[in-house]
Design a protein around this ligand. Structure first.
Ligand code: HEC
Length: 125
């Protein structure tokens, strides 16, 4: 118990410096998920399908918006930054429409989730 106070002070200093690290990495907008991780939600019956079929919960719809937002912050293995931004922005926009309950969302999302178009431009073979 005698060591409690010094340990506590140390932990506090450590936590404060870690907060500094967090703040600076947020400025870089480093994505939490890799592109490959996000692609798992494109598998048959995964999150993207649930959203398109209308079986996703409100939270799941929001999750898809978050994942696509992160996708846009990632750097694809190939292709232009400009085209990547265009394609990922379209995904974010459509996923948001669905999350907001707009009818046009599902159609827009179907169009935006064009696996082949994006892979041929941005996925290294
Ligand atoms: C906005 C662009 C984009 C769209 C749309 C897209 N992908 Fe991808 N996908 C990528 C990129 C980029 C990679 C390569 C990631 C890497 O190598 O780091 C990839 C990789 C993959 C992989 C391989 C993952 C791995 O672990 O190697 C699978 C599987 C995949 N996509 C499935 C799909 C399916 C299915 C669809 C359509 C329903 C789809 N993707 C739509 C960009 C996209």
């Amino acid at each position: 118990m005698t060591r409690f106070v010094p340990t506590c002070v140390f932990a506090l200093a450590c936590a404060t410096s870690m907060m500094g690290v967090c703040a600076s990495s947020r400025a870089d907008e480093k994505p939490k998920h890799t592109i490959k991780e996000i692609m798992k939600e494109h598998k048959k019956g995964a999150l993207k399908d649930k959203v398109l079929e209308g079986t996703a919960s409100a939270d799941e719809k929001k999750k898809l918006v978050e994942l696509y937002t992160e996708l846009g912050k990632s750097k694809p293995p190939k292709g232009s930054e400009e085209n990547w931004k265009k394609l990922s922005d379209a995904l974010v926009k459509a996923a948001k429409e669905v999350a907001d309950g707009r009818d046009s969302g599902i159609d827009d999302l179907k169009k935006a989730v064009n696996c082949g178009a994006c892979h041929s431009a941005h996925k290294a073979s």
